[in-house]
Structures are given as C-alpha cells and as structure tokens.
Design a protein around this ligand. Structure first.
Ligand SMILES: Cc1ncc(COP(=O)(O)O)c(C=O)c1O
Length: 440
C-alpha cells in the first residue's frame, strides 16, 4: 500500500541537510515504522527485514511485550541517579544470572555493545594488572577508543593512535584462510600462529583475549568446535582473561542460549548487548564473583549517566520472558535449518554462491566469481543487494576486499516460514536479474 502523499520530500531534504553521515550503506528513503519482521518506508512500502534492524530485534520489531514494558517504565521510572539501583535492575540481574553458565553471575548494565566492551577491557586490565589485549582479524567490538582499538573489521585510519598494547590474531576463516593454510576445514593453525606472534611481541603484560563466538562483521565465520576451549587454555597459560563478546550470539540468535554454550567454553567475562534490548539500548558486562570482588577492592569504576537505568532493564526482562514464552531458541534453530536449506538450494542453482554458512538464524552467504579461485564478487553483491531492496527485502552485505562479499542474514527469531520463503524468492529473482545485467 502506497501513501496518498507519496514520500515526504521536506523530511528527506532535512535528513540530507541536517544529519551527519555516519558511514555504512544508507537507503534513499526515510523509514516510518516497523512491526515484526517488516519495516515500512516513507512511501508506505513494506520491506522484509533480514537484518533484525541492526541485529537487535530478535523478538521482532515493536513486540507487544516490549511496548508494554516501555509503558510500564513510563509509569514507574525511566531514569535515576546512577548511585540508586532501581528494583527492576536487581530483577534483571537475578533473571540474567539464571540464564548464564556458572560461574558467570555479576552484571553491569549499560547501553551499547561498545560500552560493555570498554567495561570488560577496563575490568580485565585492572584484574590482571596487564594491558595487552589480543583480538581476532575481522572482529567488531564497537566504536569507543578501547573497543575500536580491538576491532579489525572497522575503519582504523584517520582517527589517530589506537590504545597501546593491542594485537591481532588471524581469524578462523575456513573459506578464505588468512594464513593460506586450510581449505574448508580450519585446524586452528591460525590460532597457533597468532599466539606465537603475540608471544614474540608481548612484554608479558597480558590482560585479555577478546573474541566473538561467531565472527559476524568479519563475514559470519564459525570457528571450529574446539576453537574456544583451546583459546581459553591459552589465555590461562598467559595469565589473561577470555572475554566473549556475545553482542550478536546471545539469547537464541544461533539456536543456543549463548555462543559459550555452543562452544563449550565459559569465558571470564561475557558481554551482551544488541539481543538483550530487543531494539532498546541495553547492554551488559557479566563476570564471576571472584573477579568482581577483586576489582571492587581495587576501586573499579564504570560510572555513566545511564548505567543501571530502569527503562532498558524493564525491556530486557520483557525480551528474556518473550524468548522463553515463545520458545525462540528452538525456533531459531529450526527456522535457521529451514533457511539454510533454502540457501543451499540457491547455491546449487548459482555458481556465484561460493559458501553458505552460519548457525541458527545467523547465516552468511558468500559471493564469488568462480568456485575454484573464490575471487570475491563485490559488484554482484552490491547490485543484488540494491535489487533485493527494490523488490522488498532488506539485506546487509559485508564487503571487504580481502574478506569477500558476504550477506549476513539474520531475520527476527520469530520470522514465519512464509516470510523466509518470500525473502529467498526475492533473493533468487534479484540474483538472476543482477547476473543478467552484469552479463550484458
Ligand atoms: C560483536 C559486536 N560487538 C560489539 C558491537 C558494538 O555494539 P554497539 O554498536 O551497540 O556499540 C557490535 C556492533 O555491531 C558487534 O557486532
């Protein structure tokens, strides 16, 4: 259904004139609303959202339980002095602890993933007394100075020096092995090489190794099953903490409660964000009683305007309750298997689909010019993504020259099978039209 007055050109001009362009692909239209797995643009056109907003809306956009939680917070309290702990924040701490693998227990509630990682890094440094941090190639941990310093999928040029003491380790990418060793099955050589290089450079002042369980912005890379058990042992050997950044993987996205569960590894610190707030800014850094007690005694602070705020906490409780009530972890596993099978069928049809990978409803589809040499097909990726949008499907493509052209497909966990069919049909049509266009 298209609105009578078409698009609002005054607002489009205002967006161009008054807003800072903050990077990434931006769409030509403005957007007016969102519901379930759909977003609606300013012409009234409904678009299937295969990115869950910015990977946050796992329970679907504007879920009634979230709307009710926002209303409830409106009646009780939106914000308080940071030294006051609202009742609802204590309730969320208790609830979250019931989800977490032991001995993770103590939560600090903040707003963004970036902040949660800043807090994690500060805590790891204070606890260990070291400052060296290793992160994986292709990682994305946020835009704060500390988090950006350990992010290797984001732009690093033009912003001055990074925080001292950061190291990069090649990521486990079996499709495009960064050490050019494996093909299709990673044997952890990248981890061994990365740690050896770190040991050569280290001043023996290690604080942490930080990693995403599934390296998402780096191209939806799923490490080998034993990757994190080994990484944890290596961290312990060096007196470093393991931080798992579960911004995208926690609370059902990959068909498990956490990446920690999927990879059988409990980190010393876990950070969660996007999928805890369901679209409202809520994040948490979680650690053990022992680490919390130790840094408390050393004077740990992470005091922000919105630390432990009641509004996002009320929403976080609603998100966790909805995931439980609607059985969304199982649903993500089932719908993810269904969607992966549809994408594998597409791979049979199109030579340009080099790889289909991922877990649950966090899937990656990598485009190549040919399957043998795997040269990335960035033009095809960009053109098809544009065409998908014109046909009513929002897709996010990760394009890095050295990392390939990869669609990250992550619809809400309660997406219907019908919507998945519709999305894949659009992708099929868009791919076929784009290939035709490039051939002529
Ligand atoms: C794994 C991961 N960690 C941290 C962040 C940063 O979160 P935020 O954008 O909320 O600061 C992101 C954002 O994309 C992410 O994907």
């Amino acid at each position: 259904m298209v609105k009578e007055n078409k698009t609002d050109t005054v607002l489009q001009e205002a967006a161009n004139e008054f807003l800072v362009r903050y990077g990434g692909d931006q769409f030509p239209n403005l957007f007016s609303s969102a519901k379930g797995s759909l977003v609606v643009d300013d012409s009234g056109r409904e678009i299937l959202d295969f990115t869950s907003g910015q990977m946050c809306a796992t329970v679907g956009h504007n879920h009634p339980a979230i709307v009710a939680a926002v209303e409830e917070a409106g009646k009780r309290a939106l914000h308080m002095f940071s030294g006051m702990i609202p009742e609802v924040v204590a309730e969320l701490g208790l609830k979250l602890a019931s989800w977490l693998p032991s001995p993770l227990k103590k939560s600090l509630f903040v707003n963004t993933g970036s902040e949660s990682n800043e807090a994690a890094l500060r805590m790891a440094k204070m606890y260990t007394g070291g400052h060296e941090v290793i992160a994986l190639g292709g990682s994305w941990h946020g835009t704060g100075a500390g988090a950006a310093s350990v992010s290797y999928a984001s732009d690093r040029t033009g912003y001055g020096p990074t925080v001292p003491g950061v190291y990069v380790m090649p990521e486990p990418n079996s499709f495009r092995c960064p050490v050019e060793h494996c093909r299709d099955a990673c044997d952890n050589t990248c981890q061994r090489i990365g740690l050896n290089m770190f040991d050569m450079a280290s001043r023996g002042e290690g604080a942490a190794i930080i990693a995403e369980p599934v390296i998402s912005a780096g191209g939806v890379l799923v490490p080998p099953d034993d990757y994190f058990t080994s990484l944890k042992q290596e961290a312990v050997k060096r007196g470093m903490l393991l931080i798992l950044d579960e911004a995208q993987t926690a609370f059902g996205r990959i068909g498990k409660k956490f990446g920690a569960e999927r990879f059988n590894t409990t980190p010393d610190i876990m950070t969660v964000s996007k999928t805890l707030g369901g679209g409202v800014p809520l994040a948490a850094m979680i650690t053990t009683e022992e680490i919390e007690q130790s840094v408390y005694e050393k004077g740990f602070t992470f005091y922000t305007s919105h630390v432990a705020d009641p509004l996002p906490a009320q929403v976080g409780l609603a998100v966790l309750a909805t995931i439980e009530k609607e059985n969304l972890i199982k649903r993500a596993a089932d719908s993810g298997a269904y969607l992966k099978a549809l994408l594998k069928d597409l791979q049979q049809k199109y030579e340009c689909i080099g790889d289909v990978r991922g877990e649950g409803l966090l899937l990656g589809v990598e485009l190549v010019k040919d399957r043998e040499f795997r040269e990335p097909d960035h033009r095809l990726g960009a053109l098809t993504t544009e065409r998908c949008f014109a046909l009513g499907l929002s897709m996010n493509i990760r394009r890095r020259p050295e990392r390939g052209s990869v669609w990250r497909i992550a619809p809400p966990l309660n997406v219907s099978l019908n919507e998945l069919d519709r999305g894949v049909a659009i992708l099929d049509q868009a791919l076929s039209e784009s290939l035709n266009e490039l051939a002529h």
